[in-house]
Design a binder for this molecule. Structure first.
Ligand code: ADP
Ligand code: AMP
Length: 216
């Protein structure tokens, strides 16, 4: 299964990606996670990406496309992959088409998780992430059972630097201007399916998995 998760910041892409990747036994590739890892490790890529991310802006296409192309060539992507947060611009989508053509593989689905703008800020600002295993929580909608501690691995939870109200608002605007055109891009190619992301996390997962299993 070769999949893309599309949707604004805070829509629930990362949350759903964990379930989908397990269900279909495919790697979850999040470009945001790759950048955060590089920032933590102090790499050149991390240094280049950080200033864009802190401002809520997109990292330049050339940098992102190169890391995705390298990642898709890894052996664990042979039977499929789930892209989360990529592509985010039309040039990125065109580059992905080229890479997949070269690899002689086709996209199965683009899952568009729909959530109203008003809800996104609260979701992103309340997001907490485990330092140990990367699991995602929400202080109100999906809290860990012990405050600031991960249920899965006991690691401590942190808030992303870019999950403050001003930066989230900027990221939503960037999504509307630069990423929304991808809805039409994939609709035209018959790849897009919309999912109601305002339901309970488990119901969103159920809808996505049954849609993928039925092939509709
Ligand atoms: P994205 O990867 O699209 O930016 P996340 O999956 O990280 O979004 O979700 C953003 C925040 O919203 C997280 O704190 C997550 O726990 C919470 N969340 C995700 N899905 C839902 C949902 N269906 N209902 C309520 N909160 C949700
Ligand atoms: P995310 O973890 O998907 O919310 O992404 C966090 C930040 O990483 C974004 O606000 C961008 O600055 C950067 N980023 C992640 N993916 C991409 C991408 N495909 N193109 C450009 N920038 C990206």
């Amino acid at each position: 299964m070769r999949l893309i998760l599309l949707g604004p910041p805070g829509a629930g892409k990362g949350t759903q990606a964990t379930t989908i990747a397990t269900e279909f036994n495919i790697p979850h590739i999040s470009t945001g996670d790759i950048f955060r890892y590089n920032i933590k490790e102090g790499t050149e890529l991390g240094k280049k990406a950080k200033s864009f991310m802190d401002q809520g802006l997109l990292v330049p296409d050339e940098l992102v496309v190169e890391i995705v192309e390298d990642r898709l060539k890894k052996e664990d992507c042979e039977n499929g992959f789930l892209l989360d947060g990529f592509p985010r611009t039309v040039p990125q989508a065109e580059a992905l088409d080229e890479v997949m053509d070269k690899m002689n593989v086709a996209l199965n689905k683009v899952i568009n998780i729909q959530v109203d703008k008003e809800i996104l800020v609260e979701r992103a600002v309340g997001r907490r992430i485990c330092k140990g295993c990367g699991a995602t929580y929400h202080i109100k909608f999906n809290p860990s059972s012990t405050i600031d501690q991960c249920d899965k691995c006991g690691g401590s939870l942190y808030q992303r630097d870019d999950d403050n109200e001003a930066t989230v608002t900027r990221r939503i605007d960037v999504y509307l201007n630069e990423t929304m055109p991808l809805i039409e891009y994939y609709e035209k190619r018959g790849k897009l399916t919309a999912i109601d992301g305002q339901q309970h996390i488990d119901k969103v997962a159920e809808d996505i998995i049954s849609m993928l299993r039925s092939g509709k």
